[in-house]
Design a protein around this ligand. Sequence first.
Ligand SMILES: NC(=O)c1ccc[n+]([C@@H]2O[C@H](COP(=O)([O-])OP(=O)(O)OC[C@H]3O[C@@H](n4cnc5c(N)ncnc54)[C@H](O)[C@@H]3O)[C@@H](O)[C@H]2O)c1
Ligand SMILES: [Zn+2]
Length: 362
Amino acid sequence: LERFRISSRHFQYSAVYGRGAWRALRQLEKGNYSSAFIVTERPLWARWGREFLAQSLLKVRQVLHVPQGENSKSLAMAGKVAAQLSKCGADRKSLLITFGGGVIGDLGGFVASTYMRGIDLVHIPTTVLAQVDSALGGKTAVNVGGMKNLVGTFYSPRLVVADPIVLTSLSDRAFRSGLYEVVKHAILAGSQLFHLIDHGMANLRAKKAARLSPILAEAARVKIRVVNRDEREAQLRMVLNLGHTYGHAIEEATRYQRYMHGEAVGWGLLAVIRLGELLAITRRADAELMCGLVKRVGPLPSIRDLDPNKTLRLLAKDKKAVGGRVIWIIPERVGNVRIVHDVPASLVAEAFRDTQKLLWHA
Ligand SMILES: NC(=O)c1ccc[n+]([C@@H]2O[C@H](COP(=O)([O-])OP(=O)(O)OC[C@H]3O[C@@H](n4cnc5c(N)ncnc54)[C@H](O)[C@@H]3O)[C@@H](O)[C@H]2O)c1
Ligand SMILES: [Zn+2]
C-alpha cells in the first residue's frame, strides 16, 4: 500500500493506494459519525458493494443511487440527493462516501460540501481518471446551463481510498480513456513515471490490477505534489491543464457525446505537442517521444470530421481563459512544460488541423 499526505486549507488527509486499500477505512474514527451514507451508481454497487463493505467494515445507513452519466452532475440531482439524505435522517455528524468515477465524486463532493453547510466526505474512486485525478485536490462541481463545472466548491475529503481491483470491470474504452490522463501526468512529471508506463503499457492493457498499482500511485503522486503546493489554482495548478485546452474544445464541439473525456485529452495532448513544435519550443525528437506514448495507449476515435473553425472558437471560452485570453501549457519535453500567453491564432489552428490529419508524424 502507498499512503500519501495531502494538505488542504483546514486539515491534512490521506490518500491510500493499492490492493486491499479499502481496509484503510477501518481506521476512520467511527465514533465521530452519527451515520454513514454512500452515493454511487446501481450497476457499480451491484458489482463491488458487497466486497467493499466486507473489507471496509462500514455500517452504512443508506446507499443512494444516482443514474450513471455526466447528466447526473446537475443542481437538480444534488437537490435530490440532499433530500434523500434528509429523509434518511442524515445530520451534521453524518459521513458521505462517494463510490464511483469523477461524476459521482464531483456530485457527491458538492452535496457533502453544502448539505447542512458541510458534512464529512470520503472518496472511493473507481475509474482511472478518478483515482489519479478527480478524487484528489478537493474540487467539486455540477454543470449548470450547459456549462461544465460552472458551479462548485473547494471541499477536501477526509480520506481517499483507491483499490485498482475495481478498474477490472471498466470497459476497455473507459479504461484507456483514463490512461491518457496518466500519460499527461507522465509528461508533467518527467522520466520516472514516463518510463514506468512506457515499459508497462502492455500490462496496462491487460488490466492487471496488481501491476497497475505502482503506476496509478505514481500518477496520483504527480497531482498530489502540485495540489500540496497550490490548492487554489493560482499558478502551479495550471500545469494540470496540459492537453485540456484543445481537449475541452473537442468535447464541447461534440456536446460531450462523442468522446470520453480522456480521449479528448489524448487528442488535446497531440495537438498541443504539435503547437509546441510550431512555436519552436518543442524539439522534434521530444515531440515524437511524447506523441508516441499517447498513441501507444491505443486507438483514438477520429476527430477528422470536426469543423476546425467551430472547435477553435470554443477555445477562447475555456474556463481557464482570463479575459478571453487563453493560457497555453506547452510541453517542451518530458518533465518540462512552459506557460505561454500569446500564441498566434493561426498557429493554434494549424496545430489543430495537422492533428486532425495526423500530418506531421504519419
Ligand atoms: N474534481 C476534479 O478535480 C476533476 C478532475 C477531472 C475530471 N473531473 C470530472 O470527472 C468526470 C469524469 O470522470 P470519469 O471519467 O471517472 O467518468 P464517470 O464517473 O462518468 O465514469 C465513466 C463510466 O464508467 C462507469 N464506471 C465507473 N467506475 C466503474 C467501474 N469500476 N467498473 C465499471 N464501470 C465503471 C461509470 O458508470 C461511467 O459510465 C467529469 O465530470 C469531469 O468533469 C473532475
Ligand atoms: Zn482531465
